[in-house]
Design a protein around this ligand. Structure first.
Ligand SMILES: Cc1cc2nc3c(=O)[nH]c(=O)nc-3n(C[C@H](O)[C@H](O)[C@H](O)COP(=O)(O)O)c2cc1C
Length: 381
């Protein structure tokens, strides 16, 4: 039996399961069918083969010695699940309510700059995949225009901040007018970090717009170019008020790790926070996000939703984050590996795969609904 036939048989069989999602994965005649990789790591391997090595390093890499990058992923390996049995899991519902929206699943696409290193017009391709997958997408500044092409997607606008109140206000108003449903302020990058891989590659930050040229070009940049660039380095807690007074949009602060900062975020009117260390790309040595999460959840005490990101490669990783109190997770690299491997279909497939893995993990853990998931499900090794 050929591989395509075998897959079709499997899909027909799997479709009889109540866990099977309504949208079936698409099958194409492409020998590189996005239905073949069986997990996010395999998407990464395919993307790595297809991408320019400088682009791959830019996406995969983290700050300096990459301690935090590794720690984010490893943190899930130290946490184990204690499933409950004899629970009716004949249906499993992954939906949540977040900031007034009903979402099919607690998975959101994180903001990632430099997508054009993967494919041209990547921001719009990812937005279209998000729309088709009913997934919220967070998108960088300037990307609001591409939303015209994915008119039904729920999108959040990401900013690294503004130095002046007037600029913050006009940005917030513009995003509201364009249809953003929230503003996500990245609070962990007052300066661009030092990234050894990019420095070693003499990575030119101009490539973030243009992609890496195919022909060999002599390095234009000295080893540490592009590092330590300030991004609204004067930003303080007042910034939340600047945005809130200008537009009627929730303000989400992304990059909180300390419980004290979580409390201050609540005090200053943040609508939600994201426990994040920028995927290990900013302060190297920063605590892994799964390890930081319980302290932040405790400090917030249910006053606002706590989201998290970093290192999520499996549905069970999401289940662990939810058990420690996250309302939803963001995924950064995972959809980019889908994008690099197979374009829009790859992003959709990665989102579908993570959702299915989460659903199966919930069923096997005896948790038919998100609100049934709590701390009793997890133990640290
Ligand atoms: C290539 C790349 C670019 C990123 N650009 C941004 C950005 O512009 N703004 C931001 O807040 N976070 C950015 N991030 C961090 C992600 O939003 C997210 O926090 C992180 O990727 C989560 O970790 P994960 O990749 O392990 O899922 C970027 C991450 C990657 C991999």
């Amino acid at each position: 039996m050929n591989r395509r036939r075998a897959l079709q048989n499997f899909l027909a069989f799997a479709a009889t399961s109540p866990l099977w999602p309504q949208q079936e994965p698409r099958l194409t005649n492409d020998p590189d069918d996005p239905a073949w990789p069986v997990n996010v790591h395999e998407f990464e391997a395919i993307a790595k083969r297809k991408l320019h090595p400088l682009a791959y390093d830019f996406i995969a890499g983290g700050a300096e010695g990459e301690q935090t990058l590794r720690a984010n992923v490893e943190a899930y390996q130290r946490v184990f699940l204690v499933p409950r049995v004899m629970v009716d899991v004949s249906t499993v519902d992954t939906s949540i309510e977040l900031l007034g929206f009903k979402l099919e699943k607690p998975i959101i696409i994180a903001p990632t700059g430099g997508k054009n290193l993967v494919i041209p017009n990547a921001e719009i391709t990812v937005a279209r995949a998000a729309e088709a997958s009913h997934t919220v997408v967070t998108t960088g500044s300037g990307a609001d225009k591409v939303m015209d092409e994915a008119a039904n997607v729920i999108w959040w606008s990401n900013t690294a901040g503004h130095e002046k109140k007037s600029d913050a206000a006009s940005y917030a108003k513009r995003m509201e007018d364009r249809g953003a449903k929230a503003i996500v302020v990245t609070v962990d990058n007052p300066y661009q970090s030092t990234r050894d891989r990019n420095n070693r590659n003499r990575f030119d930050y101009g490539y973030m717009q243009t992609g890496v040229p195919n022909e060999k070009v002599p390095p234009r940049t000295p080893a540490l170019a592009g590092m330590w660039q300030p991004h609204a380095a004067n930003m303080t807690w007042d910034y939340v008020g600047w945005l809130r007074s200008a537009a009627n949009l929730p303000v989400i602060l992304k990059g909180i790790l300390a419980p004290e900062d979580a409390r201050l975020a609540v005090e200053h009117g943040a609508s939600a926070i994201v426990v994040s260390n920028h995927g290990g790309r900013q302060l190297d040595g920063a605590i892994a996000t799964l390890d930081a999460l319980p302290g932040v959840v405790e400090a917030v005490a249910g006053k606002i939703p706590v989201l998290m990101d970093g290192g999520i490669r499996r549905g069970a990783d999401i289940l662990k984050a939810l058990a420690f109190g996250a309302k939803a997770v963001l995924v950064g690299r995972a959809p980019l590996w889908g994008l690099g491997a197979f374009g829009q279909a790859g992003v959709e497939r990665v989102l579908w795969m993570l959702t299915m893995e989460l659903k199966v993990a919930m069923a096997l853990a005896g948790k038919p609904r998100i609100d049934a998931i709590d701390r009793s499900l997890v133990r640290r090794a």
